[in-house]
Design a binder for this molecule. Structure first.
Ligand code: ZN
Ligand code: ZN
Length: 372
């Protein structure tokens, strides 16, 4: 499919959702909705970029004149409205709202622009564009699944080297190993590093630990969680996200026992990812195993998050989310056990809901890698 037909199809899906939710105009600025719909990512700057997509009629992108040369995919998908340094881009946006009464605006749009729009319009209700954009974005088509698989396979290759002891750990700081993972994320074909968490020893008890100058020692756990964004042929980025744990020496029986429980819980949650299952059930299945083994109080976060053009997006695998799993949902399954002051472990794969059952995109070894 050409870029134009990919984006035209996505805009048609967004318009169908606008009709369903009673939205007259969709406004998208910074954030992932805009590149998903058009292939163009707005720079997160003080100059306004805004796609104005009416329920019918041509879509227009209001864009700083100096950014216009970077827009490649405009032909047939939207018209460009470049503005100069002395123009008023908020007014250009308002001029295009027509008689709209409900305007959905991208949830990552900067408050400064939304506040101006609210204060300078009347009779307009502004709504969160999540209701328009979440349904199309959370159900991946076959091409998107392959984009995610490509990114997952790239981070799997790094995990293979990590588990084989080919990436130096002991004697390096967490920050140095994090930088090394970042370099490998790019070397394996990603355009962007999203994160490279390295947490050694007691730091592994903090799920989103910020890698620092702590030196990795022998005989401790090293939790690594890394991912990036890899562009597809249309320049739209899809994310990877994986967690594996390494022990720099022979692990004590107590840690082996903890990891075995985690391993079993993660596999059970992946196996539970059958189409039609309420999303909370995927969380419950693994959490029950962890709780029955006595570690329930140490599993302090939900089981997973959706993934696609953003590293964290809908749907969320969390208690209370009774939404049924649909073919094309792509999400992480990442239970963790975190014992404060002592150690922690997490095991994470990206999984896609396939018609025939769960399709794990990360297939690299799930066991605790024992090095040294
Ligand atoms: Zn992760
Ligand atoms: Zn994750």
């Amino acid at each position: 499919m050409s870029a134009e037909s990919v984006f035209a199809a996505r805009i048609a899906r967004a318009r169908a959702q606008m009709a369903e939710t009673g939205v007259d105009v969709l406004l998208l600025s910074v954030g992932a909705d805009l590149p998903y719909l058009t292939g163009y990512e707005a720079m997160p700057l003080e100059r306004l970029t805004m796609l104005v997509l009416p329920a019918d009629g041509p879509a227009e992108m209001i864009i700083p004149g100096l950014e216009a040369p970077r827009v490649a995919a405009a032909d047939g998908v939207f018209d460009l409205v470049p503005w100069g340094e002395t123009d008023d881009p908020i007014q250009l946006t308002i001029d295009r709202l027509g008689s709209a009464s409900t305007v959905a605006i991208g949830e990552k749009t900067w408050a400064t622009f939304l506040v101006d729009l609210v204060n300078r319009t009347s009779g307009v209700t502004f709504a969160n564009a999540g209701a328009v954009m979440t349904p199309p974005r959370s159900v991946k088509d076959a091409v998107e699944v392959e984009n995610l698989r490509r990114a997952s396979q790239a981070v799997d290759r790094i995990a293979v080297r990590l588990q084989a002891g080919e990436i130096d750990m002991v004697g390096r700081t967490e920050a140095q190993l994090s930088a090394e993972l970042g370099r490998q994320i790019v070397a394996e074909g990603h355009q962007k590093v999203n994160f490279a968490i390295v947490a050694a020893g007691e730091n592994a008890a903090s799920p989103h630990h910020h890698p620092g100058d702590r030196v990795i020692q022998e005989n401790e756990v090293v939790l690594c969680d890394w991912g990036g964004t890899m562009n597809d042929e249309n320049g739209v980025g899809y994310c990877s996200d994986i967690t594996r744990c390494v022990y720099t020496g022979e692990p004590p029986a107590e840690f082996v026992e903890l990891y075995d429980v985690l391993f079993e819980a993660q596999a059970a949650s992946v196996a539970a990812a059958v189409v039609g299952t309420p999303l909370e059930e995927i969380d419950r299945v693994g959490r029950l195993i962890i709780t029955e083994a006595g570690y329930g109080e140490y599993f302090i976060h939900r089981t997973g998050h959706g993934i696609g053009v953003e590293a964290h997006e809908n749907p969320y695998i969390v208690e209370g989310n009774r939404q049924p799993l649909e073919v094309g949902h792509a999400f992480s399954v990442e239970p963790g056990i975190y014992v404060p002051g002592k150690w922690g472990a997490r095991l994470e794969d990206i999984v896609v809901a396939g018609a025939d059952g769960p399709d794990p995109l990360n297939t690299v070894d799930h066991h605790l890698a024992v090095l040294g």
